[in-house]
Every structure is written in structure tokens, then in C-alpha cells.
Design a protein around this ligand. Structure first.
Ligand SMILES: [Zn+2]
Length: 410
């Protein structure tokens, strides 16, 4: 890295400090590069790291020495000889650091402790309070305290994902209707209380980051994840990074009116996507329908599991309601296809429990509403993450964010 410094500099610092700062930056950059190469390589020798990164052998050995000392990397054995002595292999020290991720998007606040390889080490859930606000904050504190009491390993950071508008640069929740927060400086509060680096982000944005990082490899660096659960939101990845939008609301499709004059929404409008296609909306429609001739007859209270089983069993009423919800979702997705022309549109969240009839309705409606050439090139599908991982998708996204920001990997 080269800085051009004029005869005076605005920082009013002697030139030598500038040079030192630059050397330090280069060193940090190279250390991240070596760590990322080991992370991606699984098991790799120093020689291969030098070959891949273009750094000299002595530089690599030096940086690997630092990484071994900080316990981010371990020596795992010896690789096959390529003519000389057998090379020592290096890999990420899975338990060298832990990451704590919180998901505030469900009926319960959930916490997951994972190691550097994303393996779950401990989890805890607490009921989210109905009132939110200060009480909701107390639940977050208790949840973090519970997890910290269970770990002796060094913690790399804490990531929190919440519904609503979040400024991830400053860690401020600007507005979360469900949780009753406005301009809550969550990063500042948690860093002051626990002393670890804290990242705060929107739940759908983190679901998209998890799908991008841990899902099946894609043929593109762009991706849109549509998450349907308690609410509905989309997360947009552009060029491998979350796209937040000018006001951090990119992908807030849940309160876009899709059925004018439709049902009243919690936001005060009528006919928002959340009134046609959220889990709550679907169950409300089923409860209001005449269920006497359906599989849903007599099920009180009508649960999501019951509804899902009825759709799986081809019950006409349940299928009809699911297909209708899918069509409205397809209208919203067609808007995203037209705006972004992103090939991979992935559905995640509890709506993924529904079977093919629902997905067919989404795909058909999406395709009917965009240019045929774009429709053909668009792939609307369910997440490739296993159901176990899918339940943790928001927290996995948080851990990817921490890894990326703190270590430059993932
Ligand atoms: Zn609304």
C-alpha cells in the first residue's frame, strides 16, 4: 500500500508514524489473507499457502507462527511428501474461539454458541415478552449471561439479529414494531455490559448471509432470500455482501400492500404481504373458514403443525389457503425479480414446511408476472440448508458476520 504524502499532512503527524501505520495495515491484511486461506483450505501446508496467496515463504511462516500462538490455527499432522520431507499441515482451531449469536425474530429469543467451524456448542431460549421495550432488553441480558456462564473458551464476539430497521454500522435498532424499540443503541449497551465486540443486524439480512455462506454453492454472487415466519422479510446479497439500502430497509417487503383493501395489518395499512402470506395470516384464514368437511375440523387450537399436515395430505381447504398465500408471495417476488434480475430466489422460514403445491403456486405466479426471458432464468426454491440448520439460519448468519468482521474469514 502506498501513500502519497505532501510536505505537510493534515493529521499533523510525523511521516514516520504514517509509514508505521501502513506497515501494520499491510501485516494485518496479510494475516487475514493467510487465515482465510487456511479456513477455506481445510488442511493445508505452509508451501501451499504461499503458492495460493503469492506471499513469500518466510512471510507465511512468520504469520502462521502468530496464528499458532494466538490459538486460531493448529498443526494437524503431516501431508504427503512432494519430493522432500513431509510438510506439516495446518487447519483452523475449531474451538480456538467461540461466537455467540442471538435471534430475536421468533416467539422466543434464542441464543446459539458456535465454534469457528459453525458447530453448535450450547443453546438457550427464553420467552420473548409481549411488552418488549425495557423488559425485552432484560431478556437479552439474561440470555447472554446464561450462555457466558457455560463457556470457558475465548469469545470472539456477540451478534444479534432482530426484525425491523437496523443500522448495522452503528449497531442501533432504529425501529422494531414487534419489539417496541426505537433508536435503541444495542451495540453500545451490550459492549458496555459484557466487554465483547457486538454486531447488530436485521434478521432477514442475516438469513441471506447464512444461505450465501453455508448453503449450496451458487452460480452467482447475488442472492435474495425471502423469509416467512412470524413476519415476512427479504435479505439481499449483492456481490457477496448484504445490501442494506439507503435507510437500512432493503428487503422490507412484509408491509408492501399486495392486496389493496384487504385485511387490516398491525402497521395500520390494509392488505400488506404479511396479511396474505405470513404464518399468522394463513392460520387466521383457516380458523375463519368452514372446516367441517376438512382435515382441519375440530382441531382447537389450530396449530401450524396441523395445518402443514393437512396440506401434506392434500386436504382441499388447507391446500386452497396455502396456494392463495403462495400466489400473493409470488406477486411480491416478481417485483424483486423485476427490480434486481437476481437468478436465485430462496424461500426460508417455517413456510418451507409446506409441500410442492405451495411452492408451485409461488413459482407460477412469479413467472407469470415477469418478462418470459427473465422468468426462465429465475430459480425460486426452498433453502438447501438441512432442516436442522434451517432453524438456526438467522444465528448462523450472525456468526458469519462476526467471523467476517473480526477475522476477515467466511
Ligand atoms: Zn403492514
Amino acid at each position: 500500500m502506498i501513500y502519497f504524502v505532501s510536505s505537510f499532512n493534515l493529521l499533523n503527524q510525523p511521516l514516520i508514524f504514517m509509514e508505521k501505520a501502513t506497515r501494520q495495515q499491510t501485516r494485518d491484511h496479510n494475516r487475514r489473507l493467510v487465515l482465510r486461506t487456511i479456513f477455506n483450505g481445510g488442511e493445508i501446508s505452509r508451501a501451499d499457502i504461499a503458492r495460493i496467496t503469492g506471499l513469500t515463504r518466510p512471510t507465511v511462516s512468520n504469520l502462521v507462527g502468530e496464528l499458532l500462538e494466538s490459538e486460531l490455527v493448529i498443526e494437524t499432522g503431516q501431508g504427503p511428501s512432494v519430493g522432500g520431507k513431509r510438510p506439516t499441515l495446518l487447519s483452523i482451531h475449531a474451538d480456538g474461539r467461540y461466537l455467540l449469536a442471538l435471534d430475536l425474530s421468533g416467539d422466543e429469543f434464542r441464543a446459539l454458541l458456535v465454534n469457528l467451524k459453525g458447530e453448535a456448542k450450547f443453546r438457550a431460549n427464553l420467552p420473548a415478552t409481549e411488552t418488549g421495550g425495557e423488559a425485552g432488553l432484560e431478556v437479552i441480558y439474561r440470555l447472554i449471561e446464561t450462555v457466558l456462564a457455560e463457556t470457558d473458551f475465548p469469545l470472539l464476539g456477540i451478534g444479534v439479529a432482530t426484525p425491523g430497521l437496523v443500522d448495522p454500522d452503528n449497531g442501533v435498532i432504529l425501529r422494531s414494531v414487534n419489539l417496541g424499540w426505537t433508536d435503541l443503541p444495542l451495540r453500545q449497551l451490550l459492549e458496555a455490559r459484557f466487554g465483547y465486540p457486538v454486531y447488530v443486524a436485521n434478521d432477514s439480512h442475516m438469513a441471506a448471509l447464512a444461505e450465501y455462506t453455508y448453503g449450496d454453492p451458487l452460480d452467482s454472487d447475488n442472492l435474495i432470500v425471502i423469509r416467512v415466519g412470524r413476519g415476512i422479510g427479504a435479505g439481499i446479497i449483492l456481490g457477496g455482501h448484504p445490501f442494506y439500502g439507503d435507510g437500512f430497509g432493503a428487503g422490507e417487503i412484509g408491509h408492501v400492500v399486495i392486496n389493496p383493501g384487504g385485511d387490516l395489518c398491525s402497521c395500520g395499512n390494509r392488505g400488506c404481504l404479511e396479511t396474505t402470506s405470513s404464518i399468522r395470516a394463513i392460520l387466521n384464514k383457516a380458523r375463519a373458514a368452514d372446516r367441517s368437511k376438512s382435515w382441519l375440523a375440530g382441531s382447537e387450537p389450530l396449530t401450524w403443525q396441523r395445518f402443514q399436515a393437512a396440506v401434506a395430505g392434500h386436504d382441499p381447504l388447507a391446500t386452497d389457503i396455502a396456494v392463495n398465500a403462495g400466489r400473493y408471495l409470488g406477486v411480491a417476488i416478481a417485483g424483486l425479480v423485476g427490480a434486481f434480475n437476481i437468478r436465485n430466489m430462496i424461500l426460508v422460514g417455517r413456510l418451507s414446511d409446506l409441500n410442492g403445491a405451495f411452492l408451485d403456486a409461488v413459482v407460477t405466479e412469479t413467472h407469470q408476472r415477469v418478462l418470459p426471458a427473465m422468468a426462465q432464468a429465475t430459480n425460486v426454491r426452498f433453502s438447501s440448508l438441512s432442516s436442522h440448520h434451517a432453524a438456526d439460519i438467522v444465528m448462523l448468519g450472525c456468526s458469519a458476520l462476526i467471523l467476517n468482521r473480526e477475522l476477515g474469514i467466511a
